[in-house]
Design a protein around this ligand. Structure first.
Ligand SMILES: Cc1ncc(COP(=O)(O)O)c(C=O)c1O
Length: 378
């Protein structure tokens, strides 16, 4: 099965990013084949991928289905936004970060009437306010939220928001891009109608497609609703269900890699085991960073274990570009910040990385700060 260490014998850097992520060698090796898109073996693999995805959502195939959509994660989000909201529908987006704002922007381009519940980036959404906004606006037909707002690393309460959407009788759309496969979710219990994630996040595949987990009863009602040909979710589903094929060229190699990644997720012990590894990476990272004098952007109780935003040190000798380049030269890739009101950078805990990799990164950060002459406050 999977090799324990990423890139043993290879020169690739370790990606402590929100994606694409470090993947196992065996996931990459799975791509060393050329399968035709109509090949029976390929169609069988797509079928198995879809079945396994529904299982990861803790759901039954009689109630939920998985639709693969070519492109990055945003294409999956746009497939849902553009093809499941009727012309007279209205979207309410809960926003506490850049990815929530991206859904709002998407809806504006699609000319979908939208209401925005804007919350501070360092806070979980105000559920009472959400409840009253949904109640006050009977035109709202869908509520959307981002599960792990990768902007900061905050994990939003999708179960509670689902309860509010369900009680109001509106559909519920969750962007679980950076959480699915690593934070357990039960689609039915959370009242989720559409959940989107992508191949290159916590399932540890390579980029190439997004996937939508859709509640069949909701999806069946969306025939003819699409505002785009290529992103027509219903049509994509109908063809995958019919002859098992994609409507347009599928990312065959990325799907082979993803199938292998799903087998490796199962071998690791499923979502619970992956969650435990990532959480342990997170704990090692945060305790090491605190010892070095760094401060997290979020309060600990709001911080998830997927990705962490750290504030820049106060010493003016700290320059993020220089810090990034020096770490990069040592073989570690971190990520710039995305928070609007503070200078931060981010370190991801996801992908084929282990505690020893995080410890190596911490040692490299320590040495890098020293060579930059940055003094940390204790
Ligand atoms: C929560 C969330 N939504 C959407 C996206 C966009 O995904 P992509 O860059 O694959 O289009 C990301 C990417 O990191 C994300 O973290």
């Amino acid at each position: 099965m999977s090799t324990d260490k990423p890139f043993a014998g290879s020169k690739d850097r370790i990606l402590f990013t929100p994606g694409p992520l470090t993947t196992s060698r065996t996931v990459k090796q799975a791509m060393l084949r050329d399968l035709g898109s109509r090949d029976h073996e390929f169609i069988g693999i797509v079928r198995d991928v879809r079945r396994r995805l529904v299982m990861l959502g803790d759901a039954a195939e009689s109630e939920y289905t998985a639709v693969l959509m070519q492109g990055s994660g945003t294409f999956g989000l746009e497939a849902v936004a553009s093809s499941t909201i009727p012309q007279d529908g209205k979207l309410l987006v809960v926003v506490n970060g850049a990815y929530g704002r991206r859904i709002v922007r998407m809806a504006a381009i699609l000319r979908i009437e939208t209401r925005v519940l804007e919350c501070p980036e360092n806070r979980k959404p105000d559920l009472k306010r959400l409840e009253s906004e949904v109640a006050a606006d009977p035109a709202v037909s869908m509520v959307a939220v981002v599960h792990c707002e990768t902007t900061t690393g905050i994990v939003n309460p999708i179960r509670e928001i689902g309860r509010i959407a369900h009680a109001a009788g509106v559909t519920y759309f969750v962007d679980a891009m950076s959480s699915f496969g690593a934070i357990p979710v039960n689609l039915r219990d959370c009242h989720i109608d559409y959940l989107v994630s992508s191949a290159n996040k916590c399932i540890e595949g390579v980029p190439g497609f997004a996937f939508v987990l859709a509640r069949l009863a909701a999806l069946r009602e969306t025939k003819g609703c699409a505002r785009s040909l290529s992103l027509d979710l219903y049509d994509q589903w109908a063809q995958l269900e019919g002859n098992g094929q994609f409507r347009f060229t599928p990312p065959t190699h990325a799907i082979l890699a993803f199938h292998q990644a799903l087998l490796e997720l199962e071998a690791e012990g499923g979502v619970a085991a992956r969650a435990a590894r990532y959480e342990s990476n997170y704990r090692t990272l945060v305790s090491g960073m605190r010892k070095l004098g760094f401060q997290e952007y979020l309060a600990t109780e709001d911080q998830g274990y997927i990705i962490t935003s750290f504030r820049y040190p106060q010493d003016p000798r700290f320059d993020f570009g220089d810090f990034y380049d020096r770490l990069n030269a040592r073989g570690y890739v971190i990520y710039p910040g995305k928070v609007s009101d503070a200078d931060c950078f981010r370190i991801g805990n996801i992908g084929r990385i282990f505690g020893s990799d995080v410890e190596d990164l911490l040692a490299a950060i320590d040495e890098t700060l020293e060579t930059m002459g940055v003094e940390m406050q204790s």
